[in-house]
Design a protein around this ligand. Structure first.
Ligand code: PMP
Length: 284
């Protein structure tokens, strides 16, 4: 597999970074995961805008402008064998003697790789997945897409240990998001999800769902979602770049609604697939 590291395209197995890279030492970096359909990056402008906001928030200089990022991404995608890809991009503060304070005059490390996008298979979409609730014990800047993901890793592992595919996170009695996804609930025909804040990652898939709800006049609200509303939901979905939209059909061992994916999920899933076909059309 060909990856990109600091200006060079090279086999992943040959890519090396110094152990003093602050990404390795401190988790001092930010990242993006961009889905690529039919060799076209999906919602690229949104991903690059979020990358820019993450970099600004952690005070790492933007290594490239959007046009240059788009070129590099196109070239990396062209190097891969699969048409549908999941492209990972990371920028760290760079290599320096270990000291918490920002080093002076250091060049950020830029790394990208892309592999096959493996979406949830049809039987998983038909059945949905089980999830468990967990206390959201992360920091207060969850809006930054930081590579420092230890809390998310532990939360997802706790879900996995419980036989579940995602952790639904609750902070002070309210829904925030998943360990690696945004969460939506449906009750009485209305889609509800928390508004963007420092407590959640502003998901690109979340934005697509908001656009599709608005354009198709589906009842949709961004508002506080209390734990009781999560537990009484007719439907729960998770949304992310690598899982698209996926129904959660059991929560903490109890069925969500009827325990099968609901009608609002099916509608949104169809709209999402149609949107993909329009925005990443087949070549020719
Ligand atoms: N929240 C968290 C914590 C995530 O890690 C992710 C995806 N990696 C998301 C939400 C969904 O964001 P996106 O739709 O941009 O993939």
């Amino acid at each position: 597999m060909i990856c990109y590291l600091n200006g060079e395209f090279l086999p992943l197995s040959e890519a090396r970074i110094p152990v003093l890279d602050r990404g390795f030492i401190f988790g001092d970096g930010v990242y993006e995961v961009i889905p690529v359909y039919r060799r076209q990056a999906f919602r690229l402008a949104g991903h690059l805008a979020r990358l820019g906001r993450s970099l600004d928030a952690v005070r790492i200089a933007r290594p490239h402008d959007d046009a240059r990022w788009a070129e590099l991404i196109r070239e990396l995608v062209a190097h891969q064998e699969h048409d549908d890809q999941s492209l990972y991009l990371q920028v760290t503060r760079g290599v320096a003697r270990r000291d918490h304070t920002f080093p002076a005059g250091v060049t950020p490390t830029v790394f990208m790789m892309s592999g096959a996008l493996t979406l949830p298979p049809a039987d998983v979409l038909t059945r949905g997945i089980p999830a468990v609730t967990q206390t959201d014990n992360r920091w207060f800047r969850c809006d930054i897409k930081s590579t420092a993901l230890l809390a998310n890793v532990l939360l997802r592992q706790a879900a996995s240990d419980a036989g579940a595919g995602e952790a639904v996170l609750l902070r002070d009695g309210f829904l925030t998001e998943g360990s690696a996804s945004n969460i939506f609930v449906v009750r009485g025909g209305t889609i509800r999800t928390p508004a963007k804040s420092h407590l959640t990652l502003p998901g690109i898939t979340y934005d697509v769902i908001a656009d599709l709800a608005r354009d198709n006049a589906l009842p949709y609200e961004q508002c506080d979602v209390h734990e009781t509303e999560v537990r009484a939901a007719d439907e729960i979905w998770l949304a992310s770049s690598t899982r698209e939209i996926l129904p959660v059909t059991a929560l903490d061992g109890r069925p969500v609604g009827n325990g099968v994916p609901g009608p609002m999920f099916r509608r949104m899933y169809e709209l999402f697939q149609a949107y993909k076909d329009i925005h990443c059309p087949p070549a020719g």
